[in-house]
Design a protein around this ligand. Structure first.
Ligand SMILES: Cc1ncc(COP(=O)(O)O)c(C=O)c1O
Length: 284
């Protein structure tokens, strides 16, 4: 993400962020001195999908469009056909107005969880950069390996920004072995799916409004920011760290939690149950 921002975002430039989405897109955009143009996604009832006309309009002023499917923190993929349509519209709009089409970054950090990728779309949209990571479905976040798939001339434009020795040979060797062994992915996906369903059921039983998720995290709504903060503090006191969203964020009344191993998920469920109980009345 950082390299794409360096390669394609000039300091006076702009990037489109369909929000809510992964927080780092804004960070790497603003680190370049470029402007983040937030475009609200459709609501929860519409699966947090892209508002296509609004993204298209905003992209006229931008060099980069940040897409993420399945999206963090909403936990859902774009509805089928959405990204394809957007790319077609972006290309047609740029051509009609005589300007280069924007670079579209499609972050597929969670793509393995849906078993599908849109990286084939780079054939029709040459300025597509698909980004992947070993951190999620391969559960190898500590190795710090991610990569981009794009057409050769696009990769050539990114390559000069790679710091020397940015990925260790040890990390590359381990991730390569994991990528080549289908059983690693199968086992991880089965574990996440099983634990995600169990965790979601446990949290719902404790009164949490847990939304659907195809990823290794769950997003839960609490109806008000105060309640979300109360629950977050209760969890923190028990050594559990949820993702909170700041005031003014469209998910300010939500928390995001990661699906972890069985014992850790049990701890979270137990904490949610405790926090749902009425506070004990002090003895007089
Ligand atoms: C959508 C998305 N992209 C990229 C990343 C970055 O993962 P990493 O830096 O571990 O490769 C994350 C991690 O949370 C993410 O949610």
């Amino acid at each position: 993400l950082d390299l794409v921002a360096k390669a394609f975002l000039p300091p006076s430039g702009a990037a489109v962020l369909p929000t809510p989405t992964y927080a780092m897109y804004r960070v790497v955009t603003e680190q370049r001195g470029a402007r983040a143009i937030e475009v609200p996604r459709l609501g929860q009832a519409d699966g947090w999908g892209l508002d296509l006309p609004a993204v298209l309009a905003a992209a006229r002023a931008a060099q980069v469009v940040w897409l993420c499917s399945p999206n963090n923190p909403t936990g859902l993929p774009e509805p089928p056909g959405t990204v394809d349509t957007l790319l077609m519209d972006l290309a047609a709009d740029a051509e009609a107005n005589g300007r280069p089409a924007p670079i579209v970054v499609l972050d597929e950090a969670y793509a393995e969880f849906v078993g599908a990728s849109l990286l084939g779309l780079r054939r029709d949209y040459p300025r597509l950069v698909v980004v992947r990571t070993a951190s999620k479905a391969y559960a190898l976040a500590g190795l710090r390996v991610g990569f981009a798939v794009a057409r050769p001339d696009t990769i050539e434009a990114i390559a000069p920004y790679r710091p020397p020795g940015s990925v260790s040979t040890v990390s590359v060797a381990i991730v390569t072995a994991a990528l080549e062994d289908d059983t690693v992915l199968e086992a991880n996906l089965a574990r996440v799916e099983r634990e995600r369903d169990r965790l979601a059921a446990g949290l719902r039983a404790a009164g949490w409004d847990v939304g659907p998720s195809v990823t290794n995290f769950l997003l839960a709504g609490f109806g008000s920011r105060d309640r979300a903060i109360d629950v977050a503090q209760g969890l923190l006191r028990r050594g559990l760290v949820p993702r909170t969203f700041g005031e003014g964020h469209p998910l300010a009344d939500h928390l995001r939690v990661t699906v972890r191993d069985t014992d850790e998920n049990d701890r979270l469920i137990a904490a949610a149950v405790e926090l749902a109980l009425p506070a004990p009345v002090a003895a007089s």
